[in-house]
Design a protein around this ligand. Structure first.
Ligand SMILES: *[C@@H]1O[C@H](CO)[C@@H](O)[C@H](O)[C@H]1NC(C)=O
Ligand SMILES: *[C@@H]1O[C@H](CO)[C@@H](O)[C@H](O)[C@H]1NC(C)=O
Length: 340
C-alpha cells in the first residue's frame, strides 16, 4: 500500500512527534509482537526504538535474543510468561524459581524490568484459575533472588473481564471472573503493583458504530460525549480504563493503578473505512499526546496513564485482515505512518 501524504506533511508530523516523545520520554511504550516471518533481528529493533526515543517495551514471553539486545539499552521491559506455563508456575514453586533464574536473574543488572506478567488475556477462561497461584509463586521466586526482589508481579487482562462497562462508574467484573479478580486485586493492592489491561477503543467502536461517535474513539471529540455523575468523558480510552478502575474499587482494589499494556488501531483492511492509515495515525498520535499530558483519566486525574502501543510491526503470521496491520512499522523498519 502507498502512503497518502506528501513529504512535507510527513516532515511536519515527524518534527511534532519527535518533540512530544523526547520531552515526555518514557510514557508511551510499544509491544514487541513477533508473529511475523519477516521481522528484523532484535538488535536492529532495539536500535530502531532507541532512534525514536522509545524507552518502554513489552515482551510477551522471554526471547533470549531480544533480552540480550535490550541489555544496557535503557529500555524498560514488561516481561510476560507463556500462557501454557501458568499451570506449572502456579503449582510448582521450583518451576517458578527456575523460570525466574533463567529469564530474569541473568538480565536483572542490565535491564530494568517494569513488571513480570503472569499470562496474557486468559481471564475469563480455562487458565484463569492458575493466574493468581502463578503470581504468588513468581513473587516468592523473585523475593528469594536478592537482585530481583522489587520487580512487581502482575497479570494482563483484556476488557472481557468486565460484565458491565457503561457508564464507567458502573464498571464491574463479570460473575465468572469476580472471585479470581478479587484475589488478584488484593495481591496487587498489598504489593503496590499495577494491573495490566489491554484497552482497545477500536474494537469497542467497530462493534458498536451506531452508538459510538468515531471522533470519541479517536480522541478527536472537542465536546463532552459521556457525562457520568461529575465525571466528563471526551474519549473512549479514558471511559474504558475508568470502567476497569470502578470494577477494581468494587473488589477492594481501589488503590491499584492500571497500566494500559496494549492499545492501538489497525491501518489496513478497511473494516468499512475504519481501519485506515489515517485513522491509525490519528488514534496513535492523539494517544501519545493524551498520555504525555499529566491529565490521567477523569477517575484518576493527576497521573498520566502509562500505555503501550500495539505493536511495533505489522505481523504477517497473525490471522489475516486487520489483525496483521496494527504495526507502527513495516518489517523493513520504515514507518507505516509517521508518528514518532
Ligand atoms: C501518582 O502516582 C504516584 C506513584 O504511583 C502516587 O504515589 C500518587 O499518589 C499518584 N497521584 C495521583 C494524583 O493519583
Ligand atoms: C517497506 O515495506 C513497505 C511495505 O511492504 C513498502 O511499501 C516500502 O516501499 C518498503 N520500503 C523500503 C525502503 O523498502
Amino acid at each position: 500500500m502507498g502512503r497518502p501524504f506528501c513529504c512535507i506533511t510527513a516532515l511536519y508530523f515527524l518534527l511534532i512527534f519527535n518533540l512530544t516523545v523526547s520531552t515526555e520520554a518514557g510514557i508511551v511504550g510499544v509491544n514487541y509482537g513477533m508473529l511475523g516471518n519477516n521481522l528484523p533481528p532484535p538488535i536492529q529493533v532495539v536500535a530502531l526504538l532507541k532512534s525514536r526515543s522509545i524507552t518502554r517495551l513489552r515482551l510477551f514471553h522471554p526471547i533470549h535474543d531480544a533480552l540480550r539486545a535490550l541489555q544496557n539499552s535503557g529500555i524498560e521491559v514488561i516481561l510476560g510468561t507463556l500462557n501454557q506455563d501458568l499451570q506449572l508456575l502456579g503449582s510448582d514453586l521450583s518451576f517458578a524459581k527456575n523460570w525466574v533464574n533463567t529469564n530474569v536473574i541473568p538480565y536483572s543488572r542490565t535491564i530494568r524490568f517494569r513488571c513480570i506478567s503472569a499470562g496474557n488475556e486468559v481471564i475469563p477462561g480455562d487458565l484463569a484459575a492458575y493466574v493468581f497461584p502463578a503470581m504468588k509463586n513468581l513473587k516468592a521466586a523473585l523475593d528469594a533472588a536478592e537482585v530481583a526482589y522489587n520487580i512487581p508481579v502482575t497479570t494482563c487482562a483484556s476488557t472481557a473481564i468486565l460484565g458491565l462497562s457503561y457508564p464507567p462508574s458502573m464498571g464491574e467484573f463479570s460473575k465468572d471472573v469476580i472471585s479470581v479478580m478479587r484475589s488478584i486485586a488484593g495481591f496487587l493492592a498489598a504489593n503496590g503493583s499495577p494491573l495490566l489491561v489491554n484497552v482497545y477503543p477500536y474494537f469497542a467502536y467497530v462493534n458498536n458504530q451506531q452508538q459510538i461517535p468515531l471522533s470519541y474513539a479517536l480522541f478527536e471529540s472537542t465536546k463532552v460525549v459521556v457525562r457520568d455523575g461529575k465525571l466528563k468523558y471526551r474519549n473512549l480510552f479514558d471511559a474504558m480504563t475508568d470502567a476497569v478502575y470502578s470494577a477494581l474499587e468494587k473488589v477492594g482494589g481501589g488503590s491499584v493503578p492500571i497500566v494500559v499494556s496494549e492499545t492501538g488501531w489497525p491501518s489496513k483492511d478497511e473494516n468499512g473505512g475504519v481501519a485506515t492509515i489515517g485513522n491509525a495515525r490519528t488514534y496513535n498520535k492523539n494517544l501519545i499526546a493524551h498520555v504525555s499530558g499529566a491529565s490521567g483519566t477523569p477517575k484518576r486525574p493527576g497521573n498520566s496513564t502509562e500505555a503501550y502501543i500495539f505493536a511495533i510491526f505489522n505481523e504477517n503470521l497473525k490471522p489475516p485482515g486487520t489483525e496483521q496491520n496494527f504495526g507502527l512499522f513495516y518489517p523493513n523498519m520504515t514507518d507505516v505512518y509517521p508518528i514518532y
